[in-house]
Ligand binder design. Structure first.
Ligand code: NAP
Length: 301
């Protein structure tokens, strides 16, 4: 008999991850706060639940990927939340990027029900989710990971087990501090080059031939050049991740002056109403300040 999986959160990342599990033969019961987003999953063969509790009640495994700590709190402990029906023995793979401290608290609550939580945040964005090529950063117990591995292998190309509960998330928020910083310094530098009279495409060509090369910039630059900010990873979610990194920095007594500054620029973008645009839209915050735009009519890469 097919293994029963409860799946919670069908956003940019959750939709393709859930579809890949269905294609691999798992029996999914899905929940999404906005019910209409569950339609493609229903068409693909999933059962649609009207509450998180309903989604997890028969599940041996639960996968969740929701926006933030508050969303996760609501789906687990809120009215109709998953804790009401979570089965003893269930393994919960949470791929949301949320507070590491809160995730440890959730692991204790789930432990009281006889279930185990893995914090399993991901990187690889929408394309990685579609292709089943995400990288998972895992925190939690070995035996839970061993049970969950077949599902993780369907959704990802690699996982790294970083230790006990919360360690996957501690890794993830630190990593996103690097990505946000790479993106923002690229935006600052290319804007300066453009205003000083350098062609942006040539600037990128030089950068891609040097130690300054970044995979993230390779991917984002053509979208920035076109002014296409269709969300792959929304700016508002990166602002949230930078806030989580600083929260973790406070908890661990680590100064992060660069992250603090970068967070404020992403925060400015969100305050300007750009939170649902892609992270590449952070360049427009600087463009508005500078009165200069970095656009290329036919980007070569
Ligand atoms: P998204 O498209 O905005 O989806 C967010 C999901 O969370 C939706 O299903 C949304 O439901 C649900 N949600 C939000 N608030 C909720 C609440 N209070 N109760 C119940 N459900 C709630 O975001 P995403 O890009 O898929 O990202 C999801 C998570 O993955 C985030 O933590 C993000 O940081 C992380 N992540 C994203 C990427 C990426 O490239 N996009 C990459 C790695 C990690 P509705 O449909 O009702 O709004």
């Amino acid at each position: 008999m097919a293994t029963e999986v409860g799946f919670i959160g069908l956003g940019i990342m959750g939709q393709p991850m859930a579809l890949n599990l269905i294609k691999a033969g798992y029996k999914l019961t899905v929940y999404n706060r906005t019910a209409s987003k569950a339609e493609p999953l229903k068409t693909a063969g999933a059962t649609v639940a009207s509450t998180p509790a309903e989604a997890v009640k028969n599940a041996e495994f639960v996968v969740s990927i929701v926006s933030d700590t508050n969303a996760m709190e609501e789906v687990v402990t809120g009215k109709g939340g998953a804790l009401e029906t979570l089965r003893p023995g269930a393994v919960w793979i949470d791929s949301s990027t949320i507070s590491p401290v809160f995730s440890v608290k959730l692991s204790r609550l789930m432990g009281e029900k006889g279930a185990k939580l893995l914090d399993a945040p991901v990187t690889g964005s929408k394309h990685g989710a579609e292709k089943g090529e995400l990288l998972f950063m895992i925190g939690g117990e070995d035996d839970a990971l061993k049970k969950a591995k077949p599902l993780i292998d369907v959704m990802g190309k690699k996982f790294i087990h970083l230790g006990g509960n919360g360690k996957g998330l501690s890794c993830k928020v630190s990593m996103n501090a690097i990505l946000a910083t790479q993106l923002l310094i690229f935006c600052e530098a290319i804007l300066l080059a453009k205003k000083a009279g350098v062609d942006p495409q040539q600037f990128l060509d030089v950068m891609q031939s040097s130690f300054a090369r970044s995979h993230l910039v390779d991917f984002k630059a053509p979208f920035i050049f076109k002014g296409d900010f269709t969300p792959f990873f929304p700016l508002g979610l990166m602002h949230k991740d930078l806030s989580l990194a600083l929260e973790n920095a406070y908890a661990n007594n680590v100064p992060m002056p660069t992250t603090a500054a970068v967070k404020e620029v992403f925060g400015a973008g969100k305050a300007q109403g750009k939170g649902d645009l892609d992270i590449g839209a952070v360049i427009t915050v600087l463009e508005d300040l500078t009165g200069e735009k970095v656009r290329v009519s036919n980007p070569s890469s």
